[in-house]
Design a protein around this ligand. Structure first.
Ligand code: SF4
Ligand code: SF4
Length: 222
């Protein structure tokens, strides 16, 4: 999932202050799962803003809505009437959702209500960890399904660096050494031999360093 965290309420108040009518638009997929932008968070934020503006003697009308996904036109369409009724949309989706709304509603103000963080998983309730950097050329088959591009502080493809202590990364002692985990897992699978082959430097053209990327699935183009 794409993870995100709510922006501080002071920042949000500053963003919506110039507008009279605001649509707080939640997204029912990734940001809902990480407790940043689903219908519950929309309701909590709406109450906080109503309270905040009441105290400041300002007037603001807030509408609440959550759609299944803000990154797909099929679902975005459901928000069209709500967007038209308001002066601005405060989107609680990830950065992709915010930009998808802006592409669909070209004349409307779309504001981000969360800080998008990373592609990750919920490791245990309330704890989310980054697992993939979206490099565009996945090598997990070689690494025993543990990503050194994302989880090794030095992004080593031919690790370990030799600095880990008791399985902990020398760069960040709060983090397990990704290469320790890779070797443990490949050993358990009886596949440690897969690391005998030198892995050449990655072609970073497929990563974000090559500029914004496109995923084209010709078999799904209508
Ligand atoms: S190798 Fe690339 S695509 Fe695969 S998990 Fe790591 S960052 Fe993601
Ligand atoms: S200690 Fe492990 S995770 Fe940390 S930089 Fe070295 S190889 Fe990478």
């Amino acid at each position: 999932m794409i993870t995100a965290s709510p922006k501080p309420i002071k920042e949000i108040i500053g963003l919506v202050e110039p507008y009279q009518k605001i649509l707080i638009l939640g997204c029912g997929t990734c940001v809902k799962t990480c407790f940043a932008g689903g219908e519950d968070e929309v309701a909590v934020l709406a109450s906080a803003l109503r309270l905040g503006f009441k105290k400041k003697a300002g007037s603001i009308q807030i509408e609440e809505m959550t759609i299944e996904r803000q990154c797909e036109n099929e679902f975005i369409q459901e928000a069209a009437a709500g967007v038209a009724r308001n002066d601005a949309v405060l989107s609680l989706a990830c950065g992709a959702g915010v930009q998808a709304l802006a592409k669909r509603f070209v004349k409307d103000v779309v504001l981000p209500g969360v800080n998008t963080t990373f592609i990750g998983i919920q490791e245990r309730p309330g704890i989310f960890t980054e697992e993939c950097s979206g490099c565009g050329n996945c090598g997990l088959a070689v690494f025993g399904a543990i990503c050194p591009v994302t989880r090794c502080a030095k992004k080593l493809l031919n690790g370990p660096c030799g600095g880990s202590q008791k399985g902990v990364c020398e760069v960040n002692p709060d983090t397990p050494c990704a290469w320790h985990l890779i070797i443990e897992r490949l050993t358990a699978l009886g596949r440690l031999d897969s690391l005998r082959t030198y892995i050449p430097p990655k072609n970073w053209n497929t990563s974000l360093s090559g500029g914004p990327r496109k995923l084209i699935r010709e078999d799904h183009i209508l």
